[in-house]
Design a binder for this molecule. Sequence first.
Ligand SMILES: Cc1cc2nc3c(=O)[nH]c(=O)nc-3n(C[C@H](O)[C@H](O)[C@H](O)COP(=O)(O)O)c2cc1C
Length: 338
Amino acid sequence: MNQKSAYERIVRPLLFSLEPETAHHLALGALRFASNFPSLLRLLRRFQPPSRPTTVFGLSFPNPIGLAAGFDKNGVALPAWEALGFGFVEIGTVTAKAQSGNPKPRIFRYPEQQALINRLGFNNDGADVVADRLRKLRAAGRWPRIPIGINIGKSKVTPLEKAADDYLYSFRLLHVLADYVVLNVSSPNTPGLRSLQGQDSLVRLLRVINSENRETARPVLLKIAPNLSAAELEPIIVACQENGVAGIVATNTTLDHSSIPSAQDETGGLSGAPLREKSTEFVRTIRVRTRLPIIGVGGIADGASAIEKLTAGAQLIQIYTGYIYRGPALLREIAASV
Ligand SMILES: Cc1cc2nc3c(=O)[nH]c(=O)nc-3n(C[C@H](O)[C@H](O)[C@H](O)COP(=O)(O)O)c2cc1C
């Protein structure tokens, strides 16, 4: 690997000396603060990669590298993400009701494996508060010029049978504020959520969302888990094609913890390097079956792993865990490679 960046030499050791979620709040808090000051945003722009425009599901992206869902769940730092050079940002997962998530600690680092395990459980401000925040950002003229996706999920207290109505509540409030919407049916940390990937529940969810997605229609994408068998994946692709889904986000975190020594293992979804191959394989499998655009996500941590996802058939890519380990230089490195 090339020379270490200032982030890897100075910022990461400081952040990694803190409890993972505390470090997350500190970093996000700094970006939220910077979002209010044009002079600080100019500083962040120094990290910007050169533009490499692309058009996918009717939207123009300045580059194909996005911030994955879960980093800025409540959409508090959009101007900073744009300044750092992301080609798009997916906020969320947002749920209809505000919720605090699972008990702490709930994020765990595995530096040797370049991985994380999280069991946050959709801690977020709820659709009303997030919608209000986004409206204010727009009204203040500070809305970024990059596409903003909003990822929505089911509130924990809502029974599975009522899941479609729960998604619909968030969709109604948020879709007009988004450039695209992702239905997250693949987090391992909300009990039963992944069963919404089953054909009947999925078709019902897509129909309910479609009934609302008319005058101010937005591309609707589906985010899927990497633990699906070929037999499970096939009906999902058919349901997507038959119900106007604009694209697939592949993949969410994995429940396969075989790369983590059992003494250090934790309950939750695993992300980062150990997920790379599996999610790339998923992108490849989906691409063989359909022309639907794919956002490839999982274990992207350098130029080669980004190219791997694009070669497998993704039009766009997203990063999360790689950004924690490598920082802003990762964007430039990927942009220079793809
Ligand atoms: C701490 C953490 C929180 C996450 N929260 C969400 C979330 O709220 N919604 C979602 O769809 N994915 C969430 N993800 C999954 C990421 O968006 C991404 O799909 C996954 O981490 C694989 O990418 P990576 O290996 O680059 O991290 C989260 C991941 C992490 C590490």
